[in-house]
Design a protein around this ligand. Structure first.
Ligand code: ZN
Ligand code: ZN
Ligand code: ZN
Ligand code: ZN
Ligand code: ZN
Ligand code: ZN
Ligand code: ZN
Ligand code: ZN
Length: 1847
């Protein structure tokens, strides 16, 4: 067989080749190879169509490729879905079914699986992903869909060998061609835009080839295993790729291979042969250092740092020499690559090309093949370091990060695979090394502590690597693999890894250092702190949490010990590196102490879960002292920041303080810090600890007994705030049990209660605010079921409501009453508040609860709570309550508060009492009595005898030595102090205190206390010493004096009680009144109360402790000591008075403002409240209510009142808007359903708008245009609706108001140029002013009940008045305004809604438009009243209606149009005229027959063309005459509904009555009309069409009467409303809808006076014929029958009218949002046939549009805006499919209305972020519909913005 020519037919060649192969003489393969040399020649363009065609054909072996695919697919035995998707794909995640948190499902698998009731959500994929359905290592089998549930492929036969034979031979060549192309196309230096383009072209060229490969992967398991074999085979790769491929193209092959080697080298990679050579060199150099990425791993940190110091040349940013364990790490993991198969080289190129999407998808599509997955994972790990290095250099790191994670998540989520590569490929080593490598590129010298001698280095948060979070793919992979127990174990076992990891963590220790600015405000607020917090959380804390989850059980305790040891080592190194001794540098803080936090968290886990002995894990005391310093510094700085001491550092420092405690960080930051401090406090000397706290908080100066202290201390405001901070911190430290014994349940409960107490929360906010544990990124909240249970235990659900003001509330959770009563914990609130105001908010809510439940009516103090039991390991913590230092502080503060010293707040007292009470509740084990005895003996200390608070409480302090300025008030009393001799305290001289461990530090603190503050004096000593001396070093005005005190803490407490209660001697021990009360009084019952309650509680507790205390209290109370008056000197007092006065003035002002605001508010609320009819008085002002006197209007601008006059007219503030609401009415009362499948559709044919359009078109075809334009109403789709807020103003005032708005610089939300403004009084949106017609009292028409004029006379009068030429009143200001408002009305809607006539701009159009506006406004009012008038005057709309004024304006303009008497319908209605049928010329079309005309339109025409004021008798006359016509129309209409027999029966049945001439009965008229119309053969044409309709109804006289009434009712209603507005007649009302007809007939005066009011009203009672009825009816029928020839088909439609429409409704929406989303989010637009990026849906008509899409833009209008104009005349309501939110477009503005779909917790989910199921909220949807129907979008919704036609 010859070499096949390329031109030969491919299938034939393929078939014969296949046959050759089966002969196995090797000829086949040679032939194929020759063919392929040609087809896949690298000189031909890659992926040439011809070449690909050949490949396909050859693989199929002569068959059609499609058939071949089909066959191969039959052998697919894969049980995995494996569908790969890219960004923005909608996928699902089920937490109930997932094992790995990364699990995800495609929509198809999700919907086919069983997940009802599961905790699932929908999400939009960010990085892309793959479906895990069928993978039991990632998810539970129960969640698999039916398709992927079948466990084995046993039923699938094995693949026949010859099927895949050809593919096996062809694919290596195909893949090699791809590799060749990749090699050829690559060039270095990516930054060059030209090469960048080249690379893009290379990628584009190969796309068809990759697509082919991707298609192959989709052929299922059989093909994938072939591909796997080809990709992984070493021999094939070696044969083809190594450059000595013998094709005769040697030079090309060589060049091609060299390109590959260059690329390898250019990437800093070498093949292993080269590496082994160089590593020999390394050895020869004798360097013990192992080269890792250019950093030298020194033998030890200390050593290398010494070297650096000697070096002297190193500067900031010089690389730190990282300490590694020698020799354990193989350098090859980072920079050696040797490719052994195609897969490896392809991955290499994929990385090189920065992960082209196509390649990624191909590689991932192969994953369902298990062998491939393993091979690929190994290859990926092998390239891991290279990948990350490329990432760092990448110019589009975001995209690349996503693509990397897209791949790695699929590989590392599988525990088995992760374990395997950890063991075989050193994955952990690689990761940690690469992490270190990454960070090494951006290190700076730490400036913490000792800037000079600091040799610690930290990451520089300003570097792009950190700022852009480039490291996240790596960290996220690391966390992912650590989540597997086996991998984590491997990590914890490997000491080298741990060591490296600690080195890594220490790079973050102390980063982003803040230095307090003392002088200048910082010029540039650095925002690096985001990067710092993100880095600590993601790179340090999350791996920590991942590890901690595995340290829960006892078995793992050795690991915990190891980690703790490494933490301590690392910390020790850090202290050394920063040269830390014992004191932190002042005014410095870093929030980043990851090493401390690692240590703390592992410690906590060890004690809590593994019951390890705490002491065995703690370092020595010196180390403990060091450990507490930095966390404490943060706490003090928090307080400083909140005390505004860091203002000069800018806002960003507040941001840091807030982030530190924020819910996503607190678990990993503040909580471990507080815990570590608690551990330190429990082991360190309490005096040392307490004094350190006060020193760190910089309040030592304040803790003196003197009333004034040294100047130079911080600002008094700061000082007070800092003291509050210090005390609060102590209380917090002692009260918090998060790591000291609370169970997980208790913690969750406490967190929840704290958040709910601050504010009511929505479910999702709460979920967000509760710190997640243990792994914040996992997305899995262990037992979220549990969260719900806890939530329902502590909170009540408040359903979502709509407030009339316009804001929509979502479903909220609010604390249960019992929670406030028992669980409210201010400490927890303080710990968790990000904003300080939240604490106050919680207290306010607490106060509200107490008031409401009658528990307490004052200003409550924070309640004292029983705490969870303290884990015994930490009971040492309570010792700080029993130390002298604290007691001295407490005593001092109590004293100062009782003496009214400045800077003492209620909050301080509160905390002092809290500490005392905590002390009493946590007494040391030795009994008080014992200590009492001991205490008396060794009163060694100058202040207190012992350390027990119960004893020290009653200890009396007599004298204190203080240092004060000479001017201090104490100086005056000083002689007193010196003279009084003290006898009670006769202790021996003080002995040295034993605080051996920290003696030096303690002495220092003592010094400080002595220097600045106070110390008790032993009287003899004091007298012996000089009582007045000046310290040599201090400022001269300071002097030491002795202060007489003579108080104990108890006596101070009792004095405070008097002070707090405001009464002298208010405290009397209760046990003295009633001996049993001590036992009876349960202190816990006194939780809720103010300060006095707290003091009482403490005193009772004290008394219960010892007899001595009880006795002391009684003693104190017996002495009637008047409280010492506050010692203030005169100037102080003056200052205070001044301050007081100022305060009072401020209060007064506040009160005024508040009053004003509340008045304004109540006004606003009522003004908005469209529902309540009698809401406000203000609205009456401009109403059309008529009184005998002239109406007086108030101008809301100038405030003057007066009548509206011709010269100075007044006008109503109105909003004109185009409306299509009536046009969207339909026949059926049920609203249309929104289609959610291709089968469903909405047809617009049955809307009112379309029906009228068809009708006018039909009429215009056959009748005279001017006549047509009087026979209908228009404006259903774009008429103008006029509404008012009811406020009036002078029109000239309005003009100047507009002028001022135009000049206003303030940005308005409306556009003044378009005439828009807001009502100056009620701020309602408006755009025009409707002039008020001056009333002429003399002409006021009054109804005369017994009018003598006959119908004939009245008809004559009406005719005469019609004949009068309309004249526009003389030109006055008023008439000008009337013209101008008419212009406004016309310009409100689009031209196409005005011009219906054939001649554009003809006055007929205008005429039609004007009466249609009247009609529209009347009918809209009817709609607002619910579609009928049964309720009569009880409608809100009456009061604010401007219809009367509007009708006036319209009438004045309509009068200007003269209706030719010949065409005047009045004549034809009331007279018998000669029908001149022959008189119609050919070119002149006939007039519209009366029976075709729309009667309500005629009413408008006739009523509005009468001269104003219209007389009521004339109005009634018009209605009467029109009713006759309407009645005839009704009869004609129904006659068409009969079938032929029925018609015959009806026709004959009334024959007899006709004889009687009883013209009024309906039967007679029916019979007459049938016979008249029969003349024109009308019924024949109709019968055939109408058959289906007739059969169902059987007509009886009753049903006929009912139908006639229904037919006439719409006219009655319109006429009734018109009468109501024209004459201000009160509307009647009725109980039942059946009575409406009669009621309105009476109201319109249609019934004969003879009729009794109780009689049943029949429709024909209202008939009043001016002429013989049958004659005129005959005439009307004749008009029809003479013209039918021309339009026989349309007769039916024109003659048969149906004036009844249902109320306008929006489309009915499905219950579940998913129904909408699934159908519409991938639906293509009918205009551009693309799937829109932002699809939207019109809720009025169901049209699907491209929001914001350029695709459907027409003349700069985007599709949404365009549709709002066509469908809603400028108003559009759109549901944004991807956001579940509704937007409303109104003209040139739009607003986000909100969502009508809420989740199970009553919350919106804008943009579907949470992806939880959403359900329709019917209440909200009703509100939306209501706003649409009442045209109140503008008034109720806030936040409008221009859309610039871009929606
Ligand atoms: Zn799937
Ligand atoms: Zn599936
Ligand atoms: Zn599930
Ligand atoms: Zn005015
Ligand atoms: Zn107003
Ligand atoms: Zn629409
Ligand atoms: Zn579109
Ligand atoms: Zn489009």
């Amino acid at each position: 067989m010859a070499v096949p020519s390329l031109r030969r037919d491919k299938p034939g060649v393929a078939a014969s080749l296949k046959a050759e192969f089966s002969r196995s003489d090797g000829r086949g393969s040679q032939l194929l190879s020759e063919l392929l040399d040609n087809v896949l020649n690298p000189k031909r363009p890659v992926a040439e169509a011809e070449g690909l065609e050949w490949c396909k054909c050859l693989m199929a072996g002569g068959e059609r490729f499609e058939d071949f695919c089909q066959t191969v697919r039959a052998y697919d035995h894969a049980t995995l879905c494996g569908l790969v998707w890219t960004a923005n794909f909608v996928a699902y995640r089920c937490r109930t079914c997932g094992i790995s948190p990364c699990m995800s499902l495609c929509a198809e698998c999700f919907n086919a699986g069983e997940h009802t009731g599961h905790d699932f959500n929908m999400f939009r994929s960010q990085a892309g992903g793959a479906c895990d359905c069928g993978d039991s290592s990632v998810m539970r089998d129960s969640g698999f869909c039916k398709r992927h549930r079948s466990t084995s492929g046993s039923s699938i036969p094995s693949v026949p060998s010859d099927l895949m034979m050809m593919s096996e031979h062809i694919l290596p060549r195909v893949i090699f061609r791809l590799v060749q192309h990749l090699r050829d196309g690559y060039s270095e230096s990516v930054s060059d835009p030209a090469t960048e383009r080249d690379i893009q072209r290379t990628l584009q060229q190969m796309e068809p080839l990759v697509s082919l490969l991707e298609d192959l992967t989709k052929m299922g398991g059989a093909m994938r295993s072939i591909l796997t074999r080809v990709l992984g085979n070493h021999q094939i790769y070696k044969d083809l790729s190594s450059g000595d491929f013998c094709t005769g193209e040697k030079t090309y092959a060589k060049k091609n291979y060299d390109k590959y080697l260059t690329a390898l080298k250019g990437s800093g990679l070498v093949s292993s042969e080269e590496r082994s050579a160089s590593s020999v060199l390394d050895h020869m150099a004798g360097a013990s250092n192992v080269t890792i990425l250019g950093a030298t791993a020194g033998a030890g940190q200390r050593e290398s740092s010494d070297e650096e110091e000697q070096d002297g040349s190193q500067g900031i940013g010089k690389r730190k020499r990282v300490k590694f364990c020698n020799g354990t790490k193989d350098p090859s993991i980072v920079d050696i690559l040797k490719h052994k198969c195609f897969l490896e080289e392809i991955l290499f190129w994929t990385v090189k090309y920065e992960f082209p999407q196509k390649m990624v998808t191909f590689l991932l599509n192969m994953l369902p093949d298990q062998d491939y997955k393993i091979a690929f994972t190994k290859t990926f790990v092998q390239h891991y370091a290279f990948i990350m290095k490329t990432l760092i250099k990448s110019h589009e790191s975001d995209t690349m990060s996503n693509r990397i994670v897209h791949i790695s998540v699929q590989l590392f989520s599988n525990e088995e695979l992760a374990r395997q590569v950890t063991e075989e490929c050193q994955l952990l080593e690689i990761m940690v090394t690469v992490l270190l490598y990454m960070m090494e590129n951006c290190l700076v010298k730490s400036e913490l502590q000792d800037e000079e001698n600091n040799f610690h280095v930290v990451v520089n948060c300003g570097e792009p690597l950190l700022k852009n979070n480039t490291y996240w793919p790596l960290v996220s992979d690391f966390i992912n693999i650590l989540s597997h127990q086996s991998v984590a174990k491997r990590f914890l076992e490997d000491q080298g890894l741990l060591q490296m990891w600690m080195n890594f963590v220490s790079l973050f220790q102390g980063m982003n250092l803040n230095k307090r600015e003392l002088n200048e405000h910082v010029e540039f607020e650095s925002q690096t702190y985001y990067a710092a917090f993100a880095a600590e959380l993601e790179a340090c804390a999350q791996p920590m949490w991942a590890l901690l989850t595995h340290c829960k059980i006892k078995d793992m305790e050795e690991y915990t010990r190891t980690v703790v040891r490494y933490c301590l080592d690392a910390l020790q190194d850090w202290f050394d590196a920063i040269n830390f001794i014992d004191e932190p540098s002042p005014n410095q803080v870093t929030f980043h102490l990851p090493l401390h936090r690692y240590y703390a968290m592992f410690l906590s886990k060890a004690v809590r879960c593994q019951q390890l002995d705490l002491d065995s894990l703690l370092p020595d005391q010196e180390m403990l002292m060091k450990l507490m310093v930095h966390p404490l510094q943060i706490q003090a700085c928090l307080s400083e920041i909140h005390s505004n001491m860091w203002v000069r550092n800018g806002l960003q420092i507040k941001g840091q303080a807030m982030t530190y405690v924020q819910s996503h960080f607190c678990n990993s930051m503040i909580d471990p810090d507080i815990f570590l401090l608690q551990v330190c406090a429990s082991r360190l000397d309490p005096d040392y600890f307490v004094s350190s706290v006060f020193e760190r908080f910089k309040v030592v100066d304040l803790l003196t007994m003197a009333s004034q202290h040294q100047d130079g201390a911080p600002d008094p405001e700061h000082e007070k705030s800092m003291l509050e901070g210090a005390l609060t911190f102590l209380v917090l430290l002692l009260s918090l049990r998060i790591h000291l014994g609370m169970t997980d349940d208790e913690i969750l409960r406490a967190e929840m209660v704290a958040q709910l107490c601050m504010s009511d929360r929505t479910h999702s906010t709460l979920l967000d605010l509760i710190p997640e544990n243990p792994n914040p990124k996992s997305g899995i909240i262990p037992g979220s079921y549990y969260f719900e249970n806890m939530l329902s235990a502590v909170a009540d659900f408040k359903a979502p409501v709509f407030e009339p003001g316009g804001s929509m509330q979502q479903g909220m959770y609010t604390p249960k009453a019992d929670v406030w009563n028992i669980e409210f914990d201010p400490i927890m609130v303080i710990l968790r508040t990000v904003y300080r105001r939240d604490v106050q908010s919680a207290m306010d809510r607490y106060m509200g609860f107490l008031k409401q439940t009658g528990k307490f009516d004052g200003n409550p103090w924070p309640p004292y709570r029983e705490r969870a039991l303290l884990n015994p390991s930490y009971k040492g913590l309570m010792r700080i309550l029993h130390c002298k230092t604290l007691h001295i502080v407490l005593f001092t503060l109590l004293y100062k508060i009782s003496m009214d010293h400045q800077n003492m707040s209620e909050h301080i007292l509160c905390m002092v009492l809290n500490l005392i009470e905590l002390g009493l509740d946590n007494l040391p084990e030795e009994s008080v009595e014992e200590e009492e005895m001991l205490g008396e003996e060794h009163c060694s200390d100058s202040w207190f005898n012992g350390t027990n608070i119960a004893t020290n409480l009653h200890h009396i302090i007599n004298h204190v030595r203080v240092r004060v300025p000479e001017t201090a008030p104490e100086m005056i009393r000083e002689p007193l102090a010196s003279t009084s001799s003290d006898t009670t305290c006769v202790q021996s001289s003080n002995t040295a205190q034993v605080f051996s461990l920290v003696a030096e530090r303690r002495r220092k603190f003592q010094e400080i206390i002595n220097r600045n503050g106070s110390s008790t004096i032993h009287t003899p000593d004091v007298r012996a010493k000089t009582s007045k001396w000046t310290a040599p070093n201090s400022t001269p005005q300071l002097t030491t004096t002795i202060l007489e005190v003579r108080e104990s803490m108890l006596s101070l407490l009792i004095k405070l009680h008097h002070k707090l209660s405001g009464k002298q001697n208010s405290y009397y021990p209760c046990w003295l009144e009633d001996s049993e009360s001590t036992s009876r009084l349960d202190p816990m019952q006194q939780i809720h109360g103010d300060g006095t309650t707290a003091v009482e509680r403490i005193l009772i507790k004290t008394a219960a402790q010892s007899r001595q205390n009880k006795f002391s209290i009684e003693e104190i109370c017996r002495k009637v000591t008047p409280p010492i008056p506050p010692k203030k000197n005169v100037s102080d007092k003056k200052a205070l008075d001044k301050e007081e006065r100022r305060q009072k003035a401020r209060e007064r002002q506040q009160k005024l403002l508040a009053e004003f605001a509340s008045r304004q508010k109540s006004f606003m609320e009522t003004a908005m409240d469209i529902e309540s009819p009698d809401s406000d008085v203000a609205m009456d002002i401009g109403s059309s209510e008529k009184q005998d006197s002239e109406t007086v209007y108030d101008c809301v601008i100038c405030g003057q009142s007066g009548p509206s006059t011709e010269e100075r007219p007044t006008g109503l503030v109105v909003l004109l808007q185009a409306s299509s609401v009536l046009g969207h009415r339909r026949r059926s009362t049920e609203p249309k359903k929104l289609p959610t499948s291709d089968e469903e559709k909405i047809y617009p044919e049955d809307t009112c708008g379309t029906a009228h359009d068809v009708r006018i078109t039909d009429l215009q075809r056959y009748f005279k245009d001017s006549s047509c334009l009087q026979s209908v109403s228009i404006g259903w789709e774009g008429g103008v609706y006029v509404q008012t807020c009811g406020h009036t103003l002078h029109i000239d005032c309005h003009k100047s108001y507009m002028e001022s708005l135009r000049n206003d610089q303030v940005l308005q939300s409306f556009s003044v140029d378009k005439g828009e403004f807001t009502c100056p009084l009620c701020r309602q949106f408006a755009n025009s002013v409707l002039p008020c017609y001056p009333e002429k009292n003399e002409e006021k028409c009054l109804w005369l009940p017994c009018n003598n004029k006959t119908l004939h006379v009245l008809i004559k009068e009406v005719e005469e008045q019609q004949e009068q030429l309309g004249m526009f009143p003389s030109v006055t200001n008023l008439s000008k305004e009337m013209e101008s408002v008419m212009k406004d009305i016309r310009s409100t809607t689009q031209k196409k809604y005005i011009d219906y006539g054939k001649i554009p701009g003809s006055p007929d159009n205008d005429f039609l438009f004007m009466y249609s506006v009247a009609r529209l406004n009347l009918e809209l009012e009817l709609v607002h009243r619910g579609g009928n008038l049964c309720l009569g005057g009880a409608g809100a709309t009456t009061k604010r209606s401007c219809l009367n004024q509007l009708l006036h304006v319209l009438a004045i303009h309509m009068r200007l149009f003269r209706i030719d008497s010949a065409y005047n319908p009045w004549a034809r209605l009331t007279r018998l005229t000669q029908v001149v049928d022959s008189g119609i010329c050919d070119d002149e079309k006939p007039d519209v027959p009366l029976l075709y005309r729309d009667v309500p339109s005629l009413l408008m025409i006739l009523a509005l063309t009468m001269p104003q004021e219209l007389h009521k008798e004339h109005f009634t006359c018009i209605v009467k005459v029109l009713y006759n016509l309407l009645y005839a129309q009704a009869i004609a209409t129904f006659s068409f509904r009969f079938n032929e027999e029925e018609r015959e029966v009806w026709k004959n049945s009334a024959k007899l009555q006709i004889m009687d001439n009883s013209e009024k009965s309906s039967e007679v008229l029916l019979s007459h009309i049938i016979s008249e119309l029969s003349k024109g053969n009308l019924y024949c044409a109709s019968n055939t069409d109408q058959k289906s309709m007739i059969t169902t109804t059987i007509w009886s006289p009753q049903s006929l009467e009912y139908s006639i009434q229904q037919f006439c009712l719409p006219f009655f209603r319109t006429a009734g409303l018109l009468q109501h507005h024209l004459f201000s007649d009160d509307l009647p009302c009725c109980q039942q809808t059946e009575e409406e007809f009669g009621m309105l007939a009476r109201y319109l005066r249609l019934l004969p006076t003879s009729l009794n009011s109780n009689d049943e009203v029949k429709s024909f009672f209202c008939l009043d014929w001016p002429l013989p009825a049958l004659d005129i009816v005959s005439q009307w029928c004749l008009e029809v029958t003479t013209s039918t020839e021309s339009h026989s088909k349309q007769v039916m439609n024109l003659l048969v009218q149906d004036p009844q429409w249902s109320l306008p409704r929006l489309l009915r929406l499905p219950e579940n949002y998913n129904t909408i989303f699934q159908y519409y989010h991938r639906k293509a637009c009918v205009h551009c046939s693309k799937v829109p990026k932002d699809p939207a849906l019109c809720l009025v008509c169901g049209t699907f549009v491209c929001l914001k899409g350029q695709c459907c833009k027409q003349q700069s209008y985007c599709e949404c805006v365009l549709h709002s104009q066509n469908c809603g005349a400028g108003t559009g309501i759109f549901l944004l499919i991807n956001a579940s939110v509704i937007i409303v477009i109104r003209g040139h503005r739009f607003c986000v209305w909100g969502s009508v779909y809420l989740d199970a917790h009553g919350e919106e989910d804008r943009d579907l972020r949470r992806g939880k199921p959403l359900y329709l909220c019917n209440e909200r949807y009703k509100v939306l519909e209501q706003q649409w129907v009442t045209h109140t979008f503008d008034h109720i919704n806030k936040r409008w913005g221009p859309h610039y036609n871009g929606l």
